[in-house]
Write a protein that binds this ligand. Structure first.
Ligand code: NAD
Length: 487
């Protein structure tokens, strides 16, 4: 059955100083539905000029009514934004599904509720935390005074467009900053609707601004090098992070990076196999495997290796791939032709490296249009294959057996990435021991994707710089002055 809806795709304009506007030169690009290859609408293409207008509006707004608002007033606005997201849940979920190719059911169940929760969480959190204060005998008291960083550039990827934008924007606004946002060019719609929501919720003009466009020599590049942007919050690929860092160097911007991953799942023989398989299907193929936290390298202890791959493959073959708007669909379309070809090129690399494609590896039969790929399990690769070493960011996992704890730790760490890891075992001591050895910012034991927004979130090595979540987000989006008063 198809989801019934009246929601229509929208044409996307920039949002600058509280108004939706076209580009100066009226330039636009097409937004393509990855499930049908049809044009959804047009998107204004911004560059230096639009970014500069947006930065000037954001700078003025920093010292306008926004500055005079109390913490409680800002908290109320954040709460209202979260409420309005929920009021428009179906519309946002539909636009997210049309833009990304992900199943509507997933966007409706996870992306949009979580986007609302990002605002609700920070609405509460900002009013409940204090800053440091120290008494130094009878000589002095010291306290930390928090203020906004200033104008923040927020540059976003396409995989969880609304969820990740709200994850950054909520604490950014909560701390009194203003923002210039650039959504990914492939997924511009929900960010555009969020601007309407912010306005309706009472965010003053100029506080949030949105400029659509591409990366280098376009809106992304213009944000990275703009001298009057104080900080950049970036989510995307490590190589893009490096380019942004170079462009931002001249103006010494504060940077927060959440980058890619090649996350290991380590499954010991003493774990509960049914539970492992149920969760591993999600950690491999949810959102077509286009989640930075997906576990794409699966290491299984040899005594259960055969049983694991047989059961895992059997369940994966049952996943329904196809129309994102069909209620029964588990796996939708990959986000774009370019990305589809990139993911397929890794399957070709695996074949050339002598892999066994246990299941998937091709377009589902009977689907002629759209960027669909069957969930793919690959075995028989050694650790030198690019398929094992590089982030594929699609519905493709490799499975490898291991014999010793030390060996699997070494293999898990044998990567430039360090975002997340999952460990499956019922041995408590081993769980801690292995967790302490794995080089990753987020480590789950006997679960995956279980989040508490107060906890530190982010990656080490090439997977990121800094942490977000709870206090870590507030620290990035504010500057602390220590004030010492002699008694
Ligand atoms: P990407 O780096 O290609 O693009 C991200 C954004 O940067 C886009 O908006 C793009 O237009 C912009 N951009 C590209 N080049 C730029 C440049 N030179 N200057 C300024 N902006 C530029 O990433 P993507 O393909 O959109 O997203 C996938 C990547 O994001 C994967 O590596 C994935 O793991 C990562 N990701 C990480 C997290 C996390 O929390 N760690 C979450 C989601 C996605």
């Amino acid at each position: 059955m198809q989801v019934e809806t009246k929601v229509k795709a929208i044409n996307c304009l920039h949002f600058i100083n509280g108004q939706f506007v076209e580009s100066q030169n009226h330039k636009t690009f097409e937004n393509i539905n990855p499930a049908t290859e049809e044009v959804l609408g047009t998107v204004a293409e911004g560059g230096k000029e639009e970014v500069d207008f947006a930065v000037r509006a954001a700078r003025r707004a920093l010292n306008g009514p926004w500055k005079k608002m109390t913490l409680v007033e800002r908290s109320k606005i954040l709460r209202r934004i979260g409420d309005l997201i929920l009021e428009r849940q179906e519309e946002l979920a539909m636009l997210e599904s049309l833009d990304t190719g992900k199943p509507f059911s997933l966007a409706n169940k996870i992306d949009v509720p979580r986007a609302a929760y990002n605002f609700h969480f920070f609405a509460d959190y900002i009013t409940s935390v204090g800053t440091d204060a120290y008494q130094q005998d009878d000589q002095a008291i010291h306290y930390a005074y928090r203020r906004p960083v200033g104008v923040v550039g927020i540059i976003k990827p396409w995989n969880l467009p609304l969820l990740l934008l709200t994850w950054k924007l909520a604490p950014c606004l909560g701390m009194g900053n203003t923002a210039v946002i650039k959504p990914a060019e492939w997924t511009p719609m929900t960010a555009t609707v969020l601007m309407e929501i912010c306005k309706e919720a009472g965010v003053p003009d100029g506080v949030v601004n949105l400029v659509h466009g591409f990366g280098p020599n376009s809106a992304g590049g213009a944000i990275s090098e703009h001298p009057d942007i104080d900080a950049i919050s970036f989510i995307g690929e490590p190589s893009t992070g490096a380019s942004i860092m170079k462009a931002a160097a001249d103006s010494l911007k504060k940077l927060s990076y959440e980058l890619g991953g090649k996350n290991p799942n380590i499954i010991f023989a003493d774990s509960d196999l049914d539970e492992v398989i149920e969760t591993t299907i999600k950690s491999s193929f949810i959102n077509q495997g286009e989640v930075c936290l997906c576990g794409s390298r699966i290491y299984v202890e040899r005594p259960i290796y055969n049983e694991f791959i047989n059961k895992f493959a059997e369940k994966v073959r049952e996943l329904r791939v196809g129309d994102p708007l069909a209620e029964a669909t588990n796996v939708g379309a990959l986000v774009s032709k370019e990305h589809y070809e990139r993911v397929n090129s890794y399957i070709e690399i695996a074949r050339n490296d002598g892999a066994n494609i246990l299941t998937g590896g091709k377009r589902p039969e009977g689907i002629e249009k759209g960027y669909f790929l069957e969930p793919t399990i690959i075995t028989g690769l050694d650790r030198t294959s690019r398929c094992v070493r590089e982030e594929i960011f699609g519905p493709v996992v490799t499975v490898m057996p291991f014999d010793m704890e030390e060996e699997v730790i070494m293999q898990a760490n044998d990567t430039h990435y360090g975002l997340s890891a999952t460990i499956w075992t019922n041995d408590l001591r081993r769980a801690h021991r292995v967790a302490h050895e794995i080089e990753a910012g987020i480590i789950w034991v006997n679960t995956w994707f279980l989040r508490d927004l107060r906890t530190p979130f982010g990656g080490m090595k090439n997977s990121g710089i800094g942490r977000t979540g709870g206090m870590h987000s507030l620290d990035f989006y504010s500057e602390l002055s220590n004030i010492t008063i002699k008694l």
